[in-house]
Design a protein around this ligand. Sequence first.
Ligand SMILES: Cc1cc2nc3c(=O)[nH]c(=O)nc-3n(C[C@H](O)[C@H](O)[C@H](O)COP(=O)(O)OP(=O)(O)OC[C@H]3O[C@@H](n4cnc5c(N)ncnc54)[C@H](O)[C@@H]3O)c2cc1C
Ligand code: SF4
Length: 524
Amino acid sequence: MADTSDGPVLVPILGDQLTRDIASIRGRTKDDTVILMMEVWDEATYVKHHKQKIALIFSAMRHFAAELEDAGWTVDYVELTDEDNAGSFTGEVARAVERHDPRAIHVVEAGEWRVQQAIEEWPDKFACEVEILPDDRYICPLADFNEWAEDRDTLRMENFYREMRKRTGILMDNDGKPKGGEWNYDEDNRASPKDEMNPPERPLFEPDEITRECIELVEDKFGDHFGNLDNFGWPVTRDEAEKAADAFFKERIEKFGKYQDAMVHGQDDLWHSMLSTSINLGLLDPLELCKRAEQCYEDGTAPINSVEGFIRQLIGWREYVRGFYWRFMPDLESNNALNAQRGLPEFYWTGETDMRCLADSIRSTRDNAHAHHIQRLMVLGNFCLLAGINPREVQDWYLVVYADAYQWVELPNVAAMILYADGGKLASKPYSASGNYINKMSNYCSDCKYSVNKKVEEDACPFNSLYWYFMDRHRDRFEKNPRIGRIYSNWDRMDGDKRQAYLDRAEQFLDTLIPADSSWAHAE
Ligand SMILES: Cc1cc2nc3c(=O)[nH]c(=O)nc-3n(C[C@H](O)[C@H](O)[C@H](O)COP(=O)(O)OP(=O)(O)OC[C@H]3O[C@@H](n4cnc5c(N)ncnc54)[C@H](O)[C@@H]3O)c2cc1C
Ligand code: SF4
């Protein structure tokens, strides 16, 4: 529909687009632009997000709006409690169109499928021109990912990652070879935490007045959501995020690689960067972070295994899961290749379990809205895989509980990486492991009620029997898998009674699990 307005251009900025370098703001003039920012009920409640996640996003949005205003931009900011709040992005854009009579709407595509579907209806809904711009904060455009994926039977991250190294020139020598001689130093990044571990403390940022208001708002409106707000210390501005990055590159990147897979009871951050919330909000640029990491290698302040490991997470995994998400949505949400039907145990919400590895990972999740990668993958995720928990419930849990959780990054990690629900498009084998792995990579087992060395007794580590229960249940699918198929010869070598004892113990344990009420994740 043609529009004759000579009003400004309306630029809706979504909650994870908090950078002045976003394509819809870049190049615009201030006197011709109204920036629209919206706190809406649909987004705050489509799952019952961790309280810290809502406070973080609202606070970062309010700070960003203030920063834009200080710089002379016109910002129309809709607060959640505004009397006329329409509840949805589309409803709020409609109200803003009434207020400003714009000649055009320029919006950067959404990170999440659900929101993008709504945005794609705007050209039919609004009389003015609507331009939907690609999100060029990602290093690999979606079209390039699809071209890379197109003729491949398997979409292995490692192949994608090498292409990204070549494309960006990050950690590459002039002769086109990887710096240090190898593409991947993962083998060097598996030190177990048996020595004394004294990681430096990461900076926590004292909530200012804006953040305190958001915390109060969350306590008032979302008081029954999971998690607590006591430890809130996330960076909420670009300045703070840069300070957090400075601290990482100065104090923690050196040992990031060595202890990347380690887990220590009560030590929640170790040498991880803790930057995912800032990167996902748009406060930090991932390519810049990779360049800074490379510089640490050049300066000799961090070894190649740390630097390569960090860069692989960002230009490898992060870019890869985003491409994977858009390629396989919306089906990815309902994939359930292993036909897992069990309900999520209640202890995922309460933390009340005698399994010390799970209890500590859930405690960190509740207190910090964060758990590090190996806790998410090999403790919390591994349990859901082995116990056959329904992917929908696991997806909801991961989306609720982490401050960095947006569906584009959460879903591929959950459905495809931990649950194998996509049938192996992402992973060449399931990430299944017995208690032995957790014992090797952590200090959890030494003080656990269960014994990691026992197999089928009542006090045996549940991961041990669940592991064989899982492998046995999915023998048809995995027996011919070149990476794990040979496990079955170990299984077959056990005598029949022992095999049966494993299966019985696993079933007995699973029978004790109390399924969670759905009201933890969704409003009634
Ligand atoms: C089941 C599961 C669910 C996850 N859900 C999320 C999520 O909702 N949001 C999220 O940002 N990350 C998610 N991750 C990835 C990863 O666990 C977190 O990015 C990381 O723990 C964040 O802490 P950090 O910043 O200290 O990361 P670091 O260990 O310091 O890693 C550096 C950065 O690399 C990126 N990164 C690392 N691993 C991945 C990965 N597998 N996928 C995408 N990016 C990665 C992140 O941006 C991270 O900040 C998930 C992983 C698993 C196994
Ligand atoms: S013994 Fe088993 S349940 Fe206990 S901490 Fe170790 S792996 Fe976890």
